[in-house]
Design a protein around this ligand. Structure first.
Ligand code: ADP
Length: 531
């Protein structure tokens, strides 16, 4: 994943966490505020319920005392009853009227003779339709009535009077006055109902500015056997009331700062861990490189031991030539000698000495223990050096080494000694396989060329070739099919070639013997190299 995608993802995660946290805080605030408002409403509702229940109970008490007065004499003391009724009304303005009715003997019983009406205007108003129902009540029983014809009022009817001469006592009550202005909890809708009929429905004193988020309700029946009023309070909660914007904003800012600080710390930690890992990796890489270089060196020293007899043999040639040319020169240097032939002999000596010196220099280079150094190299020259070093050994074994080098080969950036070592290893393996055959023609061919702008070196032999079973494991360290093999040659070749940015593989297309192909990136385009 690229760094930018990673940064974008971490910012997205951070934003999500932040939005979640602020949302969570707002929800928690809403819950707390709603719960608190609910508790407040409940407390206010209960207090109001208590007050209204007490007031409603007073109506029963008034009726009881009026009934006692009515029944104290026969006929009832009208004026005294009227005065008491008026006094009650004066003290309790919610009691709108008091009527005491005798049944209409000849009539339907619904309307009757009004014995007492307070105030006197009540005489003008028709008797409520339920009056007949009051006569039907048990003696002494009181019951509340709501009359749809008289909205906003309810009536408390009581059956009184002497046996055989019943009286209906009807008290008209204004329920709106059961709750005094300041007693009503603020911002609530107050309702009083009786038997499903709404008596009072007062909207909230404080108008709602925004849409309600939630409506809380308190509902309880008034504690009265005679007047089963239902009290309910509704409180609408707007979003602004339950979400404390100030603290949400403060939380949002603080949580954002906290999250950014956390992200910064985590990033610092991650970066530190990353650079520690990179440093560790670099150290391990350099250790590995050092080990590989040591291994390569040890392997070269070892190989040179194997080549020693061939090289010694190779050196005897220039040394023998040197000896014979020197003896000839001595003779020619005697007085009367041929000066021109002396010159030729000495020149030949110089040539042979140089040849021997070059041979020894190559050996020294090959086994030198110096750090790997890559530079643009003439690959054909490296191939030539490798061939020169093992040429004598091959000749001793009756193996022909054939070089087929492309003339205009581009340079490649390699460590020449390491590439030479790779070629030596391949030659050694070819020698091993050729040694095991009784074939008449034992030949190793090293060919150079280019392919797709890259330098290609192919080392093939006329040995028995590679068995398909060994192909996948050839470059594994310690893989060998030889009794005395170490199995490190090809894996070292792969390490060294890959160090130079190249690759090595067995040529699966080889028809006879084994063939290995090394591909190296060219140091410059072919055309330039050709110029
Ligand atoms: P070693 O030579 O010690 O066995 P290498 O890694 O050089 O280790 O080679 C691994 C194996 O690859 C050899 O044991 C051999 O089986 C096979 N091999 C390598 N080169 C050739 C070749 N030219 N011809 C046949 N087999 C080969």
């Amino acid at each position: 994943m690229s760094r930018r995608v990673f940064a974008f993802r971490s910012i997205a995660v951070l934003a999500l966490v932040w939005v979640g946290a602020v949302g969570g805080f707002a929800l928690l605030s809403i819950r707390t505020a709603t719960q608190q408002a609910g508790e407040e409403l409940n407390a206010a509702g209960s207090a109001l319920h208590r007050i209204v229940s007490q007031r409603v109970a007073q109506h029963d008490a008034h009726l009881t005392s009026l009934a006692a007065l009515v029944q104290s004499a026969d006929p009832p003391p009208r004026e005294a009853v009227r005065q008491v009724a008026l006094a009650i009304m004066r003290f309790y303005p919610r009691i709108v009227s008091v009527r005491i009715v005798a049944p209409d003997v000849g009539g339907a019983g619904g309307s009757g003779e009004i014995i007492v009406a307070a105030p006197s205007e009540a005489l003008a108003t028709p008797l409520p339709a339920f009056t007949a129902g009051v006569f039907a009540q048990a003696p002494g029983e009181a019951r509340a009535y709501a009359d749809p014809a008289v909205p906003g009022r309810y009536f408390l009817g009581k059956r009184a009077g002497a046996p055989g001469r019943p009286l209906a006592m009807i008290v008209e009550i204004d329920p709106a006055l059961l709750v005094e202005g300041e007693e009503r909890p603020e911002a609530t809708r107050l309702r009083l109902e009786l038997g499903g009929q709404s008596l009072v429905d007062r909207a909230a004193a404080v108008p709602q500015e925004s849409a309600a988020l939630e409506t809380l309700r308190f509902m309880r029946a008034i504690d009265s056997q005679t007047q089963p009023l239902k009290l309910s309070l509704d409180r609408s909660l707007a979003l602004a009331q339950v979400v404390p914007m100030g603290s949400v904003l403060l939380f949002a800012v603080l949580s954002l700062i906290g999250l950014l600080a956390l992200r910064y710390t985590l990033k610092q930690r991650r970066d530190a861990a990353r650079s520690r890992a990179a440093a560790r990796e670099a150290q391990e890489r350099s250790l590995l490189l050092e080990r590989e270089t040591r291994l390569a060196h040890a392997s070269r020293v070892n190989a040179l031991g194997e080549l020693a007899s061939g090289i010694a043999h190779e050196l005897t040639q220039p040394l023998t030539a040197l000896l014979s040319q020197s003896q000839a020169a001595l003779r020619l240097a005697a007085p009367g000698g041929d000066a021109q032939r002396l010159d030729e002999a000495l020149r030949a000596n110089v040539r042979e000495a140089k040849r021997a010196g070059e041979m020894l220099q190559r050996m020294r280079d090959y086994i030198s223990n110096r750090p790997s150094a890559r530079l643009p190299c003439d690959i054909n020259a490296v191939v030539g050096d490798a061939a020169a070093l093992s040429g004598a050994d091959l000749a001793q074994r009756g193996i022909r080494l054939e070089l087929d080098l492309e003339r205009l080969l581009p340079q490649a950036v390699v460590d020449p000694i390491e590439l030479e070592q790779v070629l030596h290893n391949l030659i050694r393996n070819a020698v091993d396989s050729l040694d095991r055959t009784a074939q008449a023609e034992k030949k190793i061919v090293i060919r150079t060329g280019t392919s797709a702008g890259q330098v290609v070196i192919r080392v093939s032999d006329t040995g028995p070739g590679l068995a398909p079973a060994v192909l996948p494991r050839l470059f594994e360290p310690f893989f060998t099919t030889k009794a005395d093999g170490m199995g490190l040659g090809l894996s070292l070749c792969a390490t060294l070639v890959e160090r130079a940015g190249g690759s090595i593989r067995a040529d699966a297309g080889a028809t006879t013997g084994a063939a290995f192909v090394i591909v190296l990136p060219a140091a410059m385009p072919r055309m330039e190299a050709a110029q």
